[in-house]
Design a protein around this ligand. Sequence first.
Ligand SMILES: [Zn+2]
Length: 305
Amino acid sequence: MGAEATMSVAASELVRARTCVGDFELIVCTDGTYRLDGGAMFGVVPKTLWEKREPADDQNRILLGLNTVVVRTGQHTVVIETGIGNKQSAKMREIHQNQELLPKSLAAAGVDPAKVDVVINTHLHFDHCGWNTTLQPDGSVTPTFPNARYFAHRGEVEHGRLQLERDAVAYLAPNYEPLIESGQMTLLSTDGIRAHPQIVPGISVELFPGHTRQLMAVHVEASSHLGATEHACYISDLIPTAAHLDPTWVMGYDLDPLESIAQRKRFYQRAIPEKWLVLFTHDHFTAMAHISLNEKGKPVAAPVL
Ligand SMILES: [Zn+2]
């Protein structure tokens, strides 16, 4: 597949959204779509409820996006998350039906990988850090962003190295070990993040555990020349799509679903009153939205187009 399939993707499909957060430019790029089991994505929620929002195919899979957010702050070019990448085995590509589009998406958005100076991985599952590195035709693996400093949580690396029965398949060493070995990846600690959450001015990380123990959200905060401060938040797999806003609609993949529910409530306590722009990691159609409460007190999305 690969080449022919990706050639036909229109440039407008490759850049999912653009907006400004204060004086920062924010672009949602994509590694394309992939398919995961709908039941796994909605945990204990009955299919009769979730399929009204996310139709399943004949193998019970739903279509998901792989959103990479690029933030240009004026000083830095920051990439949040890097999709699935091109190191998947043929069998895994067939299962997920992913398209390896991120390099084309970045090009369509006018983002030069060599000019990216910061890459942040919210966690190290295969669908969030795949294009950290690129598999070359000669079999070598090289950094996709050669001049960037990469950031991930040390606990994610330690968890991945354990190769536990539950989630070993989600942690693929070539996505991060070569960067740790070369010194290009900085590993953050929970205490370190609490003391110094800022990665670069206007971009900071915060732990929202549940999906994994060290899942990080990325905050983007900037003032415009008019003085108002705006706030966007890449909430990653705490709330993977706009169909997952109900606090109890957590994923079967989550290591601690009760913690995910508690952390979602904590997130809404600020995101709703402070009118954060919420960036969804796996929603191909609603890349960003403001959240409000409906008449029943449930969080709902007002998409930003
Ligand atoms: Zn994910």
